[in-house]
Write a protein that binds this ligand. Structure first.
Ligand code: ADP
Ligand code: MG
Length: 700
């Protein structure tokens, strides 16, 4: 149960005076982490300003720098309305001791301007100065005040990330009202630790962030934000530590088979394991032999060969008589894993099945009976596997592919389906060490750093969309010489319809231009349609596959050697790298064409440059972190670090490590969070939405 002291913070924003349902919805879109509910006051208060405007900055006209926000005390000189009915803006000239300036108004209301700016009077004006042809001007000043009114102008104003349809003043008012309802909360941090860092209390910090007096009050390095960021990091690390502890506590099973089944799988491979793969298998085998549960992350770039390692792990567990499950994030991937594992399982005598959301009731019932009877050793599926109704005779190992798409509770849900279930998480995203910690907590990590032998790096070029015809011509030539190509179009949620039309158009254009059948695959198609499209591309019946990013993760057609990515400027680095990983999977040279729409923004240009320069996924991940912060790496669109409101990986990585140690120490001394600080820490977990973990504590 949520501590009642938090109730005011969990009230919906529409409970604030002056916030109706419509504004509440807009605010929720801006500040809530989920869109299926209205934002709470806590959500609102964690929406922190990113910068501030200092109205005290009064350099004088001549000393105002281009682009700066300044406050000027000026004498109004003359009005220049421009010809009546014309389009020219309305200009007002003014001066101070240092020089003169022009105020510019578009679509002016003349009578209002004449009243606000009487010629010959002194006015205080604040806004952004721009220099044109060596003359300063200010377009639509923020404040126009008489000398008496000037005292009422706030000296410092926080600036918030905004959204269309929400006035800055409305947001400020809502925040002010929310701060008034901020209750006094128990202190959950260690007193000595706070003192050492000279950090304020939580509510003091939050109030200061929203009413900054100086830059330091809201900068990521300042005491206020660091305090709140640390609170958030501690909540997250504590939740992860609780999950880990409860998984460990449930007790593991020591699995020490002879290893013959694993050997059978490995010998059935048409290649030998890379050193990295062999080392990962060895790590996993020794984890499995321990009487505690395995929680291991298998990290490896696209094409590094994680699937084989997973199958070896599954074989080891299956030999002990237990069952295995492999969860993939999409239906296509589940089917592909199933197809690629089938021959190997057959060779080793592993009984394999597929479970997806598309199964008929009858299929599902038969499969369920076989799972209960232990007649299936390994089931590959989508999140259909999480469902409460799915049960196993003896589930021993769960392999989760592409973990970042699944949440902690899904991981818990599936591993609760067996006794001492071991967990192996595979991720193709080469997440830097610090992010591993935020997303996965304290897992053991195996990394596959080398690609299987014989792989050639992919040559990458970027080409403007203006040269589309030329590219289509070249693809045509490559196809005629026996190659296969992916053609990827972006599909972003905001304009799904338009983008869908774009994919279908591109498909038509390519079929016409090349005079042959082209496969098409996108998220709106049925599973059967997708399967059929993949199958004809795989078999070579069609040689081009036009796709949205549904092919992003894991799709494996080794003889495809070209990938064209249209509107490459709209993709993040991690996604571009994932997509490029679809080619370069054989010993033939491959290429990647990044088709962009000019002109390129600075960040987009930097991204495409990095893609041209390197094939190294870990390097790309680091660059990505540098360019955009953590959000982009995990493919999320919002800025900031995914899953966090205030803490940011770029700024607070040092705190992350401290929070991890702190969380461990807390649980060592008060494992059930029952002491006085324990109560406060429960508040903390609720406050940052990590209360799921509280259910893992023993009742009381
Ligand atoms: P990942 O899931 O890490 O992106 P996959 O497991 O899908 O990579 O493997 C990519 C391709 O490389 C597959 O076609 C697989 O059969 C092949 N492969 C895996 N391991 C090796 C190896 N040791 N030598 C040669 N090819 C390999
Ligand atoms: Mg894979």
């Amino acid at each position: 149960m949520r501590p009642s002291v938090l109730d005011p913070l969990f009230a919906p924003v529409s409970s604030l005076q002056g916030i109706g349902p419509k504004i509440a919805k807009t605010i929720s879109g801006l500040v809530a982490d989920r869109q299926d509910r209205e934002a709470t006051l806590a959500d609102l208060l964690f929406h922190v300003p990113h910068s501030l405007i200092d109205r005290r900055h009064r350099p004088g006209i001549a000393y105002s720098e281009n682009g700066q926000i300044v406050t000027l005390q000026v004498t109004i000189d003359r009005h220049h309305p421009g010809p009546r009915g014309g389009r020219a803006p309305y200009r007002i000239t003014a001066f101070d001791q240092t020089g003169s300036i022009t105020f510019v108004f578009f679509h002016p209301r003349r009578d209002w301007l004449e009243k606000m700016f009487p010629e010959g009077e002194v006015r205080v004006v604040s806004g952004r100065v721009e220099w044109f042809n060596e003359r300063p001007q200010m377009v639509h000043p923020d404040y126009l005040l008489s000398l008496e009114e000037a005292a009422s102008m706030p000296a410092i104003e926080p600036v918030y990330p905004m959204t269309a349809g929400l006035a800055g003043k409305t947001l400020q008012k809502a925040l002010g009202a929310a701060l008034q309802r901020l209750p006094v909360l128990p202190e959950w941090q260690d007193g000595a630790f706070l003192e050492r860092n000279m950090w304020p209390g939580f509510d003091e910090a939050l109030r200061a962030v929203h009413n900054p007096k100086e830059q330091d009050d809201l900068s990521p390095e300042g005491a206020n934000i660091r305090r709140i960021a640390y609170d958030e990091l501690l909540a997250s690390q504590l939740a992860l530590a609780l999950v880990r502890k409860s998984m460990r506590q449930l007790g593991g099973v020591s699995r020490k088979p002879s290893g013959t089944l694993q050997q059978k799988v490995i010998s059935a491979l048409p290649f030998s394991l890379t050193d990295g793969q062999a080392a990962a298998v060895k790590d996993i085998n020794s984890d499995l032999a321990e009487p505690i549960r395995m929680l291991r992350l298998l990290q490896g770039d696209v094409g590094a060969g994680k699937t084989v390692v997973a199958l070896a792990a599954l074989a080891q567990v299956i030999e002990t008589g237990a069952q295995g499950a492999l969860m993939a994030p999409t239906e296509i991937l589940a089917r592909q894993h199933f197809a690629s594992m089938q021959p190997l399982c057959e060779a080793a005598g592993i009984r394999l099945a597929l479970m997806t959301g598309k199964d008929t009731q009858k299929q599902r019932r038969i499969l369920q009976e076989k799972l209960n009877a232990g007649e299936i050793d390994l089931v590959v599926g989508t999140h259909a596997l999480f469902q409460g109704s799915v049960t196993f005779q003896n589930l021993g190992l769960v392999v989760v592919d592409e973990q970042h798409r699944f949440g902690v509770h899904q991981r818990l849900a599936i591993s609760a389906k067996g006794n001492g279930v071991d967990v192996l998480v595979m991720t193709a995203t080469p997440i830097p060490r610090t992010l591993v910690l935020t997303c996965f907590g304290d897992m053991d990590v195996s990394r596959l750093t080398e690609k299987p032998a014989g792989r050639k790096p992919v040559t990458t070029v970027s080409v403007s969309l203006d040269r589309l015809d030329e590219i289509v011509g070249r693809i045509g030539a490559a196809i005629s010489s026996g190659q296969k190509a992916y053609w990827v179009c972006p599909l972003v949620e905001e304009s799904e319809k338009i983008d869908l039309a774009a994919v279908e158009d591109r498909h038509k254009v390519l079929e016409q231009a090349l005079g042959q059948k082209v496969s098409l695959i996108h998220g709106r198609m049925s599973a059967d349609e997708k399967d059929a499209a993949m199958a004809s591309f795989k078999s070579g019946e069609t040689r081009i596959l036009v796709a949205t990013t549904v092919i992003e993760v894991g799709v494996d057609v080794p003889d495809a050697t070209i990938i064209v990515i249209e509107h490459a400027e709209r993709f993040g680095l991690a996604q571009l790298h994932q997509l490029r990983g679809r080619v370069g999977r054989s010993d033939k040279p491959s290429s990647c064409v990044l088709l962009f729409k000019a002109p390129l923004g600075e960040t987009a240009a930097a991204r495409l440059n990095i893609m041209r320069e390197t094939n190294d996924g870990f390097l790309i991940a680091e660059e990505d972190l540098r360019l955009r912060g953590g959000g982009e790496i995990l493919g999320t669109r919002q800025s900031g670090t995914p899953g966090f409101r205030v803490a940011r990986l770029e700024d607070h990585a040092d705190l992350m490590e401290i929070a991890r140690d702190d969380a461990r120490l807390i649980l060592e001394t008060d494992p059930d969070l029952k002491g006085p600080r324990g109560d406060a820490l429960r508040c903390l977990l609720y406050l940052f939405g990590r209360d799921e973990a509280i259910r893992l504590l023993r009742a009381g």
